[in-house]
Ligand binder design. Structure first.
Ligand code: NAD
Length: 423
């Protein structure tokens, strides 16, 4: 494909699909990887993370050929639109990409670019590993106990965005239909009302839970917990739990995956799990927020519908040091788009002070997903060494007495040095 503004790198090979059914990728040693630096602090953390990830690939005998692609403010300047087709096509064609944060301008009718990208590319699982890095500030007494990975459904539930505004003809039509045709005639208050509906499908639930179970098997995790609010929303959230359990019961051999469909009402420890099997259990979302703080060591991989995943992954991130270090990635069938949890933080933009760790560790996740485990581990170890030795950006320095405050660039340089030292 020829591009208007994107300049493909001079060398490098494409990542391709090795197996249509499983989505397994064929990854060359010199892949072309599209990168969006992002808006606001993305303009600083983007290049910084790129430098660190390049160094880690080189140190493990590989070569990333970055291809800058554009979205958000930068795209508006170049193309006069926020999400150019060629950006979406380049990411689609190259299958594995990484992005910094994009600003969502406030205003009616403006869809989040992040949501648009995830939906257009059908990146149905948002994955966020939450683990403690030595030296990171944490409000917890025992932050090392947290080592969870959240899988959040990315395409439906409240992300489907089906809502009607109070005072419109449309909302009154929906109200009439619900009251008169569907028989819920004593459910809604009189006067102005907003109405939203949330779809949760068998397809969306099952592929998300499958992705979480596969991840647990591949990464030697003990447990996948389905987190929902099925006691109140029986036919959406509850159904998510039932479909998730069906995946566990029907699609994997017992010795590999042990489904515990009654776990919602049982105490921990009552169930006998075959050795080496991944256990799939359930928790209600409100209780899970509590267990995450009180017994983080008992949980491992969490699989959730969209809104629960939003709350729980941010809460988990707060326990291990906050947004500056919380990484993520969006997985689809045979594709991945890595991105940090944080946004473009306009108030810190242009000051060369933001923390690039979240984007760097999102790159680690991307490397692991393409089978470069050694590169990913090197990234993590170098980041941890840098932070634990007290070389940190402002957001971490202000919580520590023994640390030096570095700029975004200086911090990235320190991580690169540690990569070379550890390699
Ligand atoms: P934000 O994540 O940008 O910032 C919240 C606060 O977290 C900041 O004020 C800052 O104190 C801290 N922070 C975030 N990232 C940091 C970093 N790397 N280093 C140090 N401190 C950091 O959230 P917001 O202010 O609510 O949103 C700003 C914009 O970003 C909005 O337009 C929003 O829509 C967008 N956003 C984008 C994404 C994404 O691209 N995936 C995610 C969230 C928000």
């Amino acid at each position: 494909m020829s591009y208007e503004h994107i300049e493909p790198p001079e060398s490098g090979s494409k990542i391709t699909l090795a197996d249509e059914e499983t989505g397994e990728l064929d990854v060359p040693n010199d892949p072309i990887i599209p990168i969006i630096h992002g808006d606001g602090i993305g303009k600083e953390v983007g290049p910084a993370a790129q430098k660190v990830l390049t160094a880690a690939a080189e140190a493990t005998g590989r070569d990333v050929n970055w291809m800058r692609v554009y979205a958000g403010e930068t795209a508006r300047e170049m193309y006069d639109e926020n999400l150019p087709d060629e950006t979406v096509e380049a990411i689609r064609e190259h299958r594995v990409a990484i992005k910094g944060p994009l600003t969502t301008p406030v205003g009616a009718g403006f869809r989040s670019l992040n949501v648009a990208l995830r939906q257009t590319l059908d990146l149905y699982a948002n994955v966020r590993p939450t683990y403690y890095l030595d030296g990171a500030p944490s409000p917890m007494k025992d932050p090392e106990a947290m080592n969870m990975v959240t899988f959040r459904e990315n395409t439906e539930d409240v992300y489907a965005g089906i809502e009607w505004e109070a005072g419109t003809d449309d909302v009154e039509e929906v109200r009439d239909f619900v009251e008169q045709e569907m028989g819920f005639d004593e459910t809604m208050h009189d006067g102005p009302i907003g109405i939203g509906i949330k779809p949760i499908s068998e397809k969306g639930s099952k592929r998300l839970v499958r992705e979480a179970i596969d991840y647990a098997i591949e990464n030697d995790r003990d447990k996948v917990t389905l987190v929902h609010k099925g006691n109140i929303m029986k036919f959406t959230e509850g159904q998510f739990g039932e479909w998730g359990m069906e995946v566990a019961e029907e699609e994997y051999p017992d010795e590999e995956v042990f489904a515990a469909p009654d776990s919602l009402w049982e105490q921990e420890g009552e169930v006998d799990i075959p050795e080496d099997a991944v256990m799939v259990d359930e928790r209600l979302a409100d209780a899970m927020l509590q267990w995450m703080q009180l017994r983080p060591d008992e949980y491992d991989v969490l699989a959730m519908p969209n809104l629960n995943g939003d709350y729980l992954s941010d809460a988990a991130g707060a326990q291990i040091g906050g947004l500056g270090i919380a990484p993520g990635a969006n997985f689809g069938h045979g594709r991945v788009l890595a991105e940090p949890v944080h946004g473009s933080s306009p108030k810190n933009a242009g000051e060369n002070k933001a923390n690039p760790t979240a984007l760097i560790l999102s790159g680690r996740l991307m490397f692991e997903h393409i089978g470069w485990e050694d590169t990913g581990t090197l990234v993590r170890d170098a980041v941890e060494k840098t932070i634990s030795e007290g070389d940190v950006t402002y957001d971490i320095e202000r919580h520590r007495e023994d640390a030096r405050k570095l700029s975004t660039d200086e911090y990235a340089e320190a991580v690169v040095e540690n990569i070379r030292e550890l390699a």
